[in-house]
Design a protein around this ligand. Structure first.
Ligand code: SF4
Length: 382
């Protein structure tokens, strides 16, 4: 079964750390929605009969800048273009300033079952540094409103490792999140992406970035704090109460198929070799112009052979708590990693960075998770 991702590229203002594709001008939503409908219909014709949808995800950008009537219209379009009878989860990214009770009711009525809320921090100085629109007050009030709105599940994002962020802010962010009993929490270590306003401030020496050791300490604290409060740490950045894992995100780590619509959206489809990954143009005007001529708005396309897929599988699975299944790696990708990397695996076990291999599965320990990238590069197939 497949997933569908819709990228809604509008934002009220630019967050200082963000390098997603978005526009902040009040460009016409109508033109974009018309193009998006064309694209959904195009993929429905091309892929809709191949696999039913299992998950739908509205991301961005800021999907919550769409009126609920538009969300409703998009949901109808999806149902007409694809087989949605098996959809188990429909997630919608919500910014706190948009989460009024009336808006949440509208989303429920449109068929949204899960929210992902971009809180990032409950502290004013953090939010100002990030140039977020919402206030610390709104960060709390949206959680109260969402709790009352009875979605099947919801998640919130938090960012740690901000320049000059006091350590006590991070601990308090986790404490506040758990005091609301949020069922799913995604925690992201700040990455300074080149060209973003925050990156420029660091280059000019206006703010001091935190070093790697501080990031690792904050991450280790996060793992201890959330798992001791009943959260399952099921992927490097993702913590969930039992039964509240993100189904949509799972497909990114499992190599299952998904279609992305909207400017900059990515797609992946593997039904025979080579598999295909492609992305849309990162330009709203170009995106609309191509679709108005019934041309798919393709940016890049790459074909992935089995070697490339095996590398990705190792990289993605090591991020998960289910771990890297060596039998699956051999059966599906033709790589016998246990033989190939026997000495590396033994060394990683001895250093306490991976658990002893059981049931043919390699899983990182908590210490290993703080070094995930370097361990992954040592385990990539030759
Ligand atoms: S709201 Fe999200 S997509 Fe928009 S600028 Fe901020 S982080 Fe980026």
């Amino acid at each position: 079964m497949a997933g569908l991702y819709l990228h809604i590229p509008f934002c009220s203002q630019r967050c200082s750390y963000c390098d997603f594709y978005f526009v902040t001008t009040a460009m016409s939503q109508d033109r974009f929605l018309k193009a998006l409908v064309h694209e959904i219909q195009h993929y429905g014709r091309e892929y809709g009969h191949r696999e039913p949808l299992e998950t739908i995800y509205f991301g961005g950008g800021t999907p919550s800048l769409l009126p609920t009537g538009s969300v409703n219209m998009l949901m109808d379009t999806i149902s007409e273009a694809f087989d949605t009878s098996s959809v188990e989860e429909t997630t919608f990214e919500l910014n706190p300033e948009n989460g009024t009770p009336a808006y949440l009711d509208g989303l429920r009525a449109a068929g949204i079952t899960r929210l992902s809320i971009g809180i990032q921090s409950f502290f004013g100085p953090d939010l100002e540094k990030m140039n977020r629109v919402h206030s610390s007050q709104e960060a709390r009030s949206v959680l109260r409103a969402v709790k009352d709105a009875s979605f099947d599940s919801y998640s919130m994002d938090l960012i740690f490792g901000l320049p000059e962020q006091p350590g006590e802010y991070w601990a308090a962010n986790l404490e506040i999140a758990t005091s609301f009993d949020v069922p799913h929490i995604s925690t992201y270590s700040l990455t300074l992406e080149e060209g973003t306003p925050l990156w420029k401030q660091v280059q000019r020496g206006q703010v001091q970035p935190q070093d790697d050791a501080a990031h690792a300490d904050a991450f280790a604290f996060t793992m201890d704090y959330l798992t001791s409060r009943g959260y399952e740490h099921y992927e490097i950045s993702s913590f969930a109460r039992p039964g509240h894992r993100s189904r949509h995100n799972h497909r990114y780590w499992d190599h299952t198929n998904y279609i992305g619509c909207g400017p900059s959206a990515h797609s992946f489809w593997w039904s025979g070799l080579p598999a295909s990954r492609w992305s849309n143009v990162r330009n709203l005007k170009r995106y609309e112009a191509l679709l108005s001529q019934h041309v798919p708005p393709l940016g890049d396309r790459e074909h992935l052979n089995l070697d490339a897929l095996a590398d990705e599988y190792v990289l993605l699975r090591l991020r998960t708590d289910d771990g890297l299944d060596l039998d699956e790696l051999e059966r599906r990708y033709g790589v016998d990693l246990l033989t190939e990397k026997l000495s590396v695996i033994a060394e990683l076990e001895q250093s306490g960075l991976i658990h002893p291999v059981r049931n043919q599965t390699v899983r990182l320990t908590n210490r290993g998770k703080t070094l995930c990238d370097s361990i992954t590069s040592r385990l990539l197939p030759d």
